[in-house]
Ligand binder design. Structure first.
Ligand SMILES: C[C@H](N)C(=O)N[C@@H](CCC(=O)O)C(=O)O
Ligand code: MG
Length: 362
């Protein structure tokens, strides 16, 4: 099964409501789709998220990295040479993780088809059912409380609350949400780098003292501020999860060995795909550090690949795989089966896509 063609396109999907974090506001999902075709007529799909404020990846840089830099290095290669293909992708250029992730997942999709097995089974086959949280965007406290209540009414057991815009108001936000939903639901918070380390310790201790019962706090400080992250980890009870501070396996190794965070958030768009994400899982497992599998604003293409990784590895114990749940439409048939918070992986070869809609190929 040899790679004979590679195309890219743009997928656009409307959102149910604007997605707002301390870093950015998104009004429509707009990402790059990769389609790899083989001489046997098989097709593998992947997705690169356009998230300039986190990964630096833009529409232009993704197109250029895939079509000009990586495509010429992998065209003609046989899918059975998975390791060599991954090396070529990785060595084509530094960074550009989302472009690499899109290609990586398309290659894994084909690798599964080659072996007539779903990707999650080839990688470990730990589980075929995953329960995701849902994100509540950062807004005025009353609006966030309403959004959280709506999610709880739909059955979500874990709510991920975006904070980090103003630490005093963040406390109000959490109080309003707890008042609205009570204590039977799990709340995790994500500051998306919005606080200084001292501010983070102050507000997190206030949340602890107010008995708000926070499961974990994600990326309280700037991505580069590893000393600040460690300071927060050492000075609050709430477990700290490193997100934007961990892209590569080496980043994960540094954070874990320095005990700068309690947990690590793996995203295919930061790691450069499943191949590198597996290295993070193995390292974290060696050190007994549990991982979350997260996502950017991605459609069910990227999320299906993430779900297959989540299905494979037992060290991934927390799931923030809500991209498709935040979209107003699902133009992808096949792939992971999303039924609100429950995601099921079927026994189809590869990633199991049937049709990818809302996409215009260049
Ligand atoms: C969508 C997911 N729940 C999430 O919050 N992901 C990111 C931010 C994604 C983005 O800005 O596209 C995170 O910080 O965890
Ligand atoms: Mg995060």
């Amino acid at each position: 099964m040899k790679i004979c063609d590679m195309q890219i396109g743009k997928i656009n999907i409307p959102l149910k409501k604007p997605f707002k974090t301390a870093l950015r506001e998104v009004y429509e999902l707009e990402n790059v789709v990769v389609k790899i075709v083989t001489d046997t007529g098989n097709i593998g799909y992947g997705e690169a998220a356009i998230t300039p404020v986190i990964t630096g990846d833009t529409l232009g840089s993704i197109k250029w990295a895939i079509m000009d830099q990586i495509k010429p290095k992998v065209i003609g290669m046989d899918i059975e040479n998975l390791e060599e293909i991954m090396k070529r992708i990785d060595n084509s250029l530094v960074h550009n993780e989302s472009s690499k992730a899109a290609l990586d997942m398309a290659i894994y999709d084909l690798f599964g088809q080659l072996h007539d097995a779903p990707v999650f089974k080839l990688l470990g086959g730990f589980r075929n059912k995953i329960v995701t949280d849902i994100t509540v965007s950062v807004n005025e406290p009353e609006e966030m409380a309403r959004d959280a209540k709506e999610a709880v009414e739909k059955g979500y057991e874990t709510i991920k609350v975006k904070v980090g815009k103003d630490s005093k108001k963040d406390l109000e936000r959490l109080k309003a949400i707890r008042n609205a939903i009570g204590y039977s639901v799990n709340i995790r918070i994500d500051a998306n780098q919005g606080w200084t380390s001292k501010e983070a310790v102050k507000v997190l201790r206030m949340m602890e003292d107010a008995g708000l019962s926070i499961e974990l706090v994600e990326q309280p400080v700037k991505a580069y501020d590893i000393a600040g992250l460690k300071y927060v980890t050492e000075n609050v009870e709430i477990p700290v999860l490193a997100d934007e501070s961990v892209f590569s396996p080496l980043d994960a190794a540094n954070i874990i060995q320095n005990r700068a965070a309690d947990l690590v958030n793996i995203k295919l768009m930061k790691a450069g795909g499943i191949h590198n994400a597996l290295k993070i899982c193995n390292f974290a497992e060696t050190y007994g550090v549990q991982c979350m599998l997260g996502c950017m604003m991605e459609s069910k293409i990227g999320l299906t690949a993430a779900c297959h990784l989540a299905g494979a590895k037992s060290i991934i114990t927390k799931f923030d795989l809500d991209g498709p749940n935040l979209c107003a439409e699902d133009p992808i048939t096949g792939g992971a089966n999303y039924d609100e918070y429950t995601i099921t992986l079927e026994d189809k070869p590869g990633l199991g896509f049937e049709e990818i809609g809302n996409t215009i190929y260049y």
